[in-house]
Design a protein around this ligand. Sequence first.
Ligand code: GDP
Length: 181
Amino acid sequence: RAEIAFIGRSNVGKSSLINMLTGVKELAKTSQKPGKTQLINHFMIDDRWYLVDLPGYGFAKVSKDTKDKWEKMISSYLTGRDNLCGVFVLIDSRLEPQKIDLEFLNWCGEEGVPFVVVFTKADKQSKTQTDKNVKAFLNKMEDIFGDIPDYFVTSAEKGSGKDEVLQFVDELISEYESERT
Ligand code: GDP
């Protein structure tokens, strides 16, 4: 079965997004405490795909040991999975481009991880501000990659971006299925 993964800094709104996409209220637990959920969670959505909830990166307060363990776990998952069709990397639309996100995306690019970007919490500020932040981030991406990735702007609060993301998920799975037959 196809797998599609979700990852981002802690508190980026990953659980909220997953819950919005699946329509299940408490599928992914919101506001995880650092160090609590370190596992890779697979949720079977239907007979076509698994949604994979990867642990958040970028906790300031964990030990180097814990950080290394996470990185190892995440990187071996992301690079060693034949049925991984796409990785949604979540970016907080309120923030200016963050080094840790850009580094992670750069790593994905180098490793050939098939990522797309999701800007979260778009309802938290004006549309103008969201557009500005999204544009700034995409400009940084273009500097790094010479290219702009596929991206989505979402709000779990308002339910916006849901159809677009699910449509893309469907395309990824269809592509995966047609390659296998
Ligand atoms: P996670 O740690 O990445 O799983 O983030 P959560 O989904 O737990 O969200 C962190 C906090 O941001 C929670 O208080 C959520 O209610 C809030 N949040 C998440 N998504 C949105 C959104 O789209 N809009 C608003 N206004 N708040 C959000």
